[in-house]
Ligand binder design. Sequence first.
Ligand code: TPP
Length: 623
Amino acid sequence: MKTLLEKVNSPADIKILSLEQLNQLAAEVRKYMLQVVSKTGGHLSANLGVVELTIALHRSFDLPLDKLVWDVGHQCYAHKILTGRREEFANLRQLDGLSGFPKPNESPYDIFSSGHSSTSISVALGLAEAALLAGEEKHVVAVLGDGALTGGMVYEAMNHAGGRKTPLIVILNDNELSIAKNVGSISVRLTKLRKSPRYKASKKRIESFLRHIPQFGPTMAKSVERMKNSFKYLLVPGMLFEDMGFTYIGPINGHDIPTMLDAMENAKQIGGPVLLHVITKKGLGYLPAQSQPQKFHGVGAFNLKTGEPLDYPENQTFTQAFSQALLQEAKDNQKVVAITAAMADGTGLTNFAKTYPERFFDVGIAEQHAIAFAAGLATAGNRPVVALYSTFLQRAYDQLLQDVCLPNLPVTIAVDRAGLVGEDGETHQGIFDITFLRSMPNLLFMAPKDGAELKAMLHTALNYSGPSALRYLRGEAPTGLPAPDSKLLPIGKAEILQEGSQVAILAVGPLAYTAMEAAEILAKNGLSVLVANLRFINPLDEELLSRVAKEIGRVAVLEENILAGGVGSTCLETWQKQGFLPQVELIALPNQFIPQGPAKELKKRYGLDAMAVSQRILDRWVK
Ligand SMILES: Cc1ncc(C[n+]2csc(CCOP(=O)(O)OP(=O)(O)O)c2C)c(N)n1
């Protein structure tokens, strides 16, 4: 017999189910999600938490005519499963499979592509205003988490929407967590609101109290309303949203479908901006995720019975190397402080936070603030290290240029997940940072080939008088090449890994290992290849560039970044300046958004593995 889930091919099929069947559907969605994610990996905790919410949304709204915008988008699995993609879901996050984030090219139900936090209210407001302009009647809904409320864009959007009184429904999915425990004063307010039955109770009390004062007849309704509001103001932390022009509804249980359906109907009637506050439990329905939601935020394949990962890294990851190195630097220098934007674990700062709690700052999902905040700390003589993923650093371009590089402040940016990140896909690939960082005046910009070099680079950065950045890949760091002689690297000097006379390969970061492998293949084809690990993207080793141009004349530049504005472009600019242009082969990623898939497979597909690199050189200079 078919399960209920097997009969649901679009939201229309949800609308005909009984309320009891909706709960059964929720159970079946969870079961299927767990089966798939335990094999493919993915964002488990957040998705398990929003199953009932997703069902209620599809039952209540007329999607895709009404518009639904998911913040971050990592919680869209139930939405995908229920909107005609149940079978494709088995290929979640795989090369050429289904993306783990909303993608309009996958389905008309995915109205907007997301991946970075705190944008949903802005986008939803744009959609709502567009509907008004077009004279269309539709509901626009944004779903965002309490973590997303730590991002400033949310307030820009609420300020705008509240002022315009645009009809818009914002669903705050409050599970008390960002990836880890949420931070900041808003989160404290939410906790109060969540815990306290005061709001409902006090509202009732005030109403009954007012009704029992004889002189308050119906004619005094307005002043009663005003008085109620002033009481509310004293009693209700949720007034923050009301003050911003939103009608606040809640908090309600986000696992109780009938209650949510009622609240959604109410929200539709209100007309202006509404914030519906639902409380959910991250990881609900799978004990390991429920008890350790942070561990199951983003996971690889795992054993469904035990919750244990199927793969453990054999070697130290770049992030672990950074984590160790920073602890050492902090031990030696009291002025070293560390900053994360809600990613302490992902960026390897958990140990730092435990060892030096007073020198550790989690600013929430607020990358722009993180950088300007670091500028302030550095102005007062500290040595801030801001650890961010490459893709999220994009948010803080201006703060880095304007507030750090311009005043030449000693802030260090640890650019983690730089390069192909793999399964998270387009929105998360760290393939633009070379392009936007290499042009920042004053910024010392490095890329370690492995863990030992990362440690030396962090030391070099923290002993440099101005701003610095080091970019490193997600996952295991390669090993085998010699470690630097000294922890203090000579600024702007590349490392020659192997001399050669017919072709030079200038490689960035761990691609130095790939270049060595490619050189071995090329040697078998009779080519003598010089391999250099550039180490510094800014300043480049101009002496080496001049030497390989003049002495070898055939140079391949190898980087894990898009071609436009990358290290290859910088080399070309340098040779143009030097007045001597060798034959050049720029090997980089295409100027495109790169979809999801295992990083290894993506490297192969986009020509960045040793086979592809050696073939490209053979095609260019031998065949
Ligand atoms: C700009 C930005 N910075 C960091 C992240 C990484 N990130 C992904 S989900 C997440 C936590 C989101 O918390 P919340 O909005 O409460 O959603 P939940 O996971 O609890 O559903 C973070 C920090 C991101 N997606 N975007």
